[in-house]
Write a protein that binds this ligand. Structure first.
Ligand code: 3NM
Length: 212
């Protein structure tokens, strides 16, 4: 994958969206997001065939737009529908195992310490997401707020490895995440709860363009 694809990385599942997830993603694509992750979690989350059909609709929108479609956690679904990749956390199967299953696809890993970061690199991750950078209400089991210090340290040691910040990122604070060295920002609320998700995505893209 190219680092530039992390610039504006939108994540969503149906419970995160105020209107339909299809409309929200279409608007976000229109606004210029560079990558999308289907993260179907929480109260009211779809399962089974309904989840699969939702995934297929979103995948097709991403394909048309030429942006990677990533599935959160559900490796079997990702393989079944031929997603561009998966994103896993520390509680999921080890990245080394997922790397083998997903073959040439993108493997993203959530990391919270330098040790987890270095292990993800060794295990064959293509990028890491680190957070929560700021306070977030979206992930109930999020770790303590980390700020941007870890991103800066990670970039100092591995300047070329793709890193995206996540957690509580907004149009206003995205600039600090980019300046700390992140290759992009991952957001749920900043786009999915925006009155105009297309404008929110486009503003985040502008922050990226001005800092990189
Ligand atoms: N992972 P929002 S924080 C999915 O810290 C996720 O690893 C996090 O949502 C981590 O942009 C988070 O609404 C939630 O804050 C991000």
């Amino acid at each position: 994958m190219k680092k530039e694809q992390l610039a504006v990385y939108f994540i969503a599942g149906t419970p995160n969206c105020r209107t339909s997830i299809d409309e929200t993603l279409q608007a976000a694509i229109h606004g210029g997001i560079t990558m999308f992750q289907f993260r179907e979690k929480g109260e009211g989350a779809l399962t089974g065939e309904t989840k699969k059909h939702q995934a297929l609709r979103l995948q097709s929108m991403c394909k048309q737009a030429g942006i990677p479609f990533i599935v959160n956690d559900d490796i079997d679904l990702a393989i079944e529908i031929g997603a561009d990749g998966v994103h896993i956390g520390q509680e999921d199967e080890p990245a080394s195992v997922v790397r083998k299953k997903i073959k040439g696809g993108i493997v993203g890993v959530s990391v919270h310490t330098m040790d987890e970061f270095e292990k993800a690199i060794i295990d064959g991750a293509d990028y890491v997401g680190t957070g929560p950078i700021y306070s977030t209400a979206t992930k109930t089991d999020a770790r303590p707020v980390a700020g941007t210090t870890l991103i800066a340290k990670m970039k100092e040691k591995y300047p070329h490895f793709p890193i995206v910040g996540i957690g509580g990122i907004t149009i206003e604070n995205a600039v600090d995440v980019m300046k700390a060295g992140a290759d992009g920002v991952s957001v749920i609320t900043a786009i999915s709860h925006a009155n105009k998700p297309d404008q929110a995505a486009s503003k985040l893209k502008n922050v990226f363009s001005k800092t990189k």
